[in-house]
Design a protein around this ligand. Structure first.
Ligand code: ATP
Ligand code: MG
Length: 391
């Protein structure tokens, strides 16, 4: 039996002259994700990608389909049987290939797409002929063209005829790295992993930066963030993970700046360190998990102060989302259970009792100027460690 996987792409299909560069990135991402699944051939034609294992009999289709549902740029995925491009061949194979689905449904219809216009029959004629063959074999079935339980698909394409019982949704979005690269400021919380997922969906590849404050934050807290990155990798591809020692900076803020400005100053200094690390990697954008009005540090005034600390583009994909919407995605990408583990974050260990919800930039800058943070910032950048988190 000659089976393969067909993938249709969504937004890429709308691209103009540069479409093939997006397709090539998508093919490269698929190839990387399938690299340990045996020999296979990948090719593209007519907004469809064909994944053909060299040994379909021993190929783990379920595992492959599961991996493909996490690759951005793919709109839908079908496991299909390839047959010769003739009505006879289709009629001969279809009942056997879809036996399980056909014998358990009560209503069905056949949908035919004929992109090869050389094929002698038109789509409705093919559907009628194939439907007749199915009805004569399966007496449990009736045709229902409006609301069938089962849709049997026949696709007449360049390289052959394909038979399948429908598709599953892909991850959508744009292929990772087709939009460039950004740095996600990742904490152990619920929001930033979701923010990473959302920007990867728009085609960014990601590096991650995390700030730790030992001994106030523990190894387990750091391990939790690494686990979150591991859970993101099937969507994002490998992540370079930068870990910044932040204790001395936080202690200096505590000692030299007004308590109610602690959070906003800390956030600004995080941005400054992240910017320096980005410069070394030629990265032009930061991503955060901030959402407007979620907490005191995420008011418009506070975000204005934070943005002012860096020249990089700051992307906040969650800015207009409710917590419940964010949690829904966290469940979907399986980061929820890890995120709610109760380990401390460096942001929570020095939380002021009454944070200023409407910090004014000139006050914040004045408060910062009371101490020369530059040597500590340079040291934090210098002492930042880096490792690659991959599958
Ligand atoms: P999250 O759930 O992502 O922790 P949050 O709602 O708890 O977000 P804050 O703690 O105010 O919000 O953090 C806001 C953003 O700042 C985070 O989404 C993240 O992008 C960044 N951030 C916070 N703590 C850290 C950290 N220790 N290292 C790196 N980035 C951080
Ligand atoms: Mg947090």
């Amino acid at each position: 039996m000659n089976e393969l996987i067909l993938m249709k792409y969504g937004e890429i299909a709308l691209k103009g002259l540069n479409k093939s560069s997006f397709e090539d990135i998508l093919l490269k991402n698929i190839r990387w994700r399938m690299r340990d699944m045996g020999r296979l051939r990948l090719r593209k034609a007519q907004s469809t990608i064909y994944l053909e294992p060299e040994n379909p009999e021993s190929f783990d289709f379920d595992e492959a389909m599961d991996r493909l549902t996490k690759i951005f740029g793919i709109a839908s995925i079908s496991r299909a049987l390839v047959v010769e491009k003739s009505l006879d061949a289709i009629q001969k194979e279809i009942c056997g290939y879809l036996e399980d689905q056909l014998s358990s449904a009560r209503t069905f219809k056949v949908e035919t797409r004929r992109s090869d216009k050389q094929f002698p029959l038109k789509s409705p004629e093919i559907s009628a002929e194939v439907g007749g063959t199915i009805l004569s074999r399966f007496h449990n079935l009736q045709v229902d063209v409006h609301d069938p339980e089962l849709v049997v698909n026949v696709e007449i394409r360049d390289f052959g005829a394909y038979i399948h019982a429908g598709s599953i949704p892909g991850a959508g979005g744009m292929p990772v790295s087709s939009s460039g690269k950004a740095m996600i400021l990742i904490s152990g919380g619920l929001d930033s992993p979701v923010a990473a997922y959302m920007m990867a969906k728009r085609g960014l590849s990601l590096e991650a930066i995390h700030f730790v404050s030992p001994p106030y934050t523990s190894d387990r807290a750091l391990q939790k963030v690494e686990t979150l990155c591991e859970k993101l990798v099937p969507y994002t591809g490998s992540i370079k993970f930068h870990c910044v020692p932040f204790t001395e900076i936080q202690e200096a803020i505590k000692e030299h700046c007004p308590e109610e400005l602690f959070t906003v100053i800390m956030r600004r200094l995080m941005m400054k360190v992240a910017e320096e690390v980005c410069k070394k990697q030629d990265i032009k954008a930061l991503v955060t998990g901030e959402s407007l009005a979620q907490v005191a540090s995420q008011t418009l005034d506070a975000l204005y102060c934070t943005d002012n600390a860096t020249d990089l583009v700051v992307l906040r994909p969650l800015i207009g989302m409710d917590k419940s919407e964010i949690i829904k995605i966290a469940y979907q990408i399986d980061t929820y259970e890890t995120s709610i583990l109760p380990y401390e974050d460096c942001c929570t260990v020095f939380t002021p009792r009454h944070p200023r919800t409407r910090p004014k930039l000139h006050f914040v800058e004045k408060a910062e100027a009371g101490f020369d943070f530059r040597p500590l910032l340079a040291k934090a950048v210098e002492d930042t460690t880096c490792k690659t988190i991959t599958l």
